[in-house]
Ligand binder design. Structure first.
Ligand code: UDP
Length: 403
């Protein structure tokens, strides 16, 4: 794993010195991250790199994962969808089960952090165990238009925290606690994002039987309806009438997402009629995902809702032209026609993909601009700084702190 000093050529010595100075001020404080899965999805992706880097900077940091059964995760997936504005039938039995699992975690989990950093709704009840430590609720999802019943249920826990963190300005809510705006980030030196030799990329293409004889259009995502994989296939089919290309839909599941396999099966069935569509259920393998992104001509992220969309940042960092929906945190990453193309529909996605496949120079320009935008705003070094300043601010008395 890369050490903090290795980021200097990418972000400059000043940024690294600054991180060391801030970290110094957190000496003696224990930070404890808690979420609901160690594998799969953006939160685990970030914590896997954030935790060791904080430790290397000298911030005493640990990461724990709550326990939950099938029913609990089926309920929290419904919460997730409902918070994103999707209609879900949530019964009183679901709320009771959520609370029973929450209570079991309260009873069993060792909470030793001076700062307890809770990610997303699944572990939210742990705040009932608060003592004289500081508690942060980190919301990674788009809650700009949530189902009111679920939001109200969560609200009673959120107000017990010292602070809430959101990824985009539109997600902030009326809350009686401090709110912070901190966007997620990618690690440019992780296996997911580091440079790869061409033979590694070729090997991965061969492994999955993907020819590089024609342009490759790719969406990498968990198989989740909110990522609209069927919409991606429809857009591809529309492009294919004019330009011969391949589509790669690659992803897997997450330990806290029970819907993955059924969405994958739906995609396989829908795609069966076209041999140039590759629907891949991937093992969690960062180098393979990295290779697929690098092998792609255009990367798509046609989400219907999105917290931030790390896959967009990953693609832009690799200098790829991206077509992505104008939802959630994606417009933070893509300025339309400058660092990628935004779309609002299947037809819009198809139009944008065609444009990029037909204009390679334009595609390169967007990709290059995208890479610089990610360098300046969405690398893990900026994220480390924001989090450490957030921790420090919890020991000050200001009413509002803007980072
Ligand atoms: N990812 C992965 N393997 C997969 C699917 C996704 O490693 O099969 C990664 C992807 O590269 C990204 C993260 O999981 O780093 C997904 O984060 P994002 O914010 O795009 O979406 P989320 O899954 O959190 O909704």
């Amino acid at each position: 794993m890369a050490r903090i000093e290795e980021y200097t050529p990418i972000v400059g010595q000043g940024v690294i010195n600054n991180l060391r100075l801030i970290a110094e001020k957190l000496k003696g404080k224990k930070v404890q991250h808690i979420n609901s899965t160690a594998v799969g999805g953006g939160v685990a992706e970030i914590l896997n790199r954030m935790v060791p880097l904080l430790q290397e900077l000298g911030v005493d940091t640990r990461w724990d994962v709550i326990k939950g059964g099938e029913k609990f995760f089926a309920t929290t997936k419904k919460f997730h969808n409902a918070l994103h504005g999707k209609e879900e039938k949530i019964t009183s039995d679901d709320f009771i089960n959520f609370m029973e699992t929450g209570q079991r975690n309260i009873d069993e989990m060792d909470i030793s952090g001076d700062i307890v950093f809770v990610h997303d709704p699944q572990p939210i009840m742990l705040v009932n165990k608060r003592s004289d430590n500081r508690w942060i609720w980190r919301c990674h999802v788009d809650v700009s238009d949530p189902d009111e019943a679920v939001w109200k249920f969560l609200y009673d826990f959120i107000v017990k925290y010292d602070a809430a963190v959101f990824s985009a300005p539109e997600f902030s809510r009326k809350l009686p606690i401090k709110q912070f705006l901190i966007a997620p980030s990618i690690d440019p030196l992780s296996d997911k994002n580091r440079e790869l030799p061409q033979d590694v990329i070729d090997k991965v293409l061969r492994k999955y039987g993907i020819g590089n004889d024609k342009p490759i259009v790719t969406q990498i995502s968990r198989f989740d309806r909110l990522k609209d994989p069927i919409g991606v296939i429809e857009a591809y089919l529309s492009v294919k009438k004019y330009i011969d290309c391949r589509l790669v839909l690659a992803g897997g599941g997450a330990a806290d997402d029970p819907e993955g396999v059924s969405v994958y099966e739906e995609c396989k069935t829908y795609a069966a009629k076209d041999k140039d569509i590759h629907v891949l259920w991937m093992a969690q393998d960062d180098i393979e995902i990295n290779a697929l992104q690098r092998a792609s001509t255009v990367i798509v992220q046609k989400s219907l809702k999105e917290g931030f969309g790390l896959t967009v940042a990953e693609a832009l960092w690799k200098g790829k032209p991206v077509v992505a929906s104008h939802v959630g945190g994606i417009p933070l990453q893509i300025s339309h026609k400058y660092s990628g193309l935004l779309c609002h529909s299947v037809e819009g996605a198809a139009f944008a993909i065609k444009q990029l496949l037909n204009s390679p120079e334009y595609a390169v320009k967007l990709g290059n601009n995208g890479r610089e935008h990610i360098r300046n705003n969405f690398l893990i070094t900026r994220h480390l700084r924001d989090y450490m300043l957030l921790f420090l601010s919890l020991y000050h008395n200001e009413d509002v702190v803007y980072l």
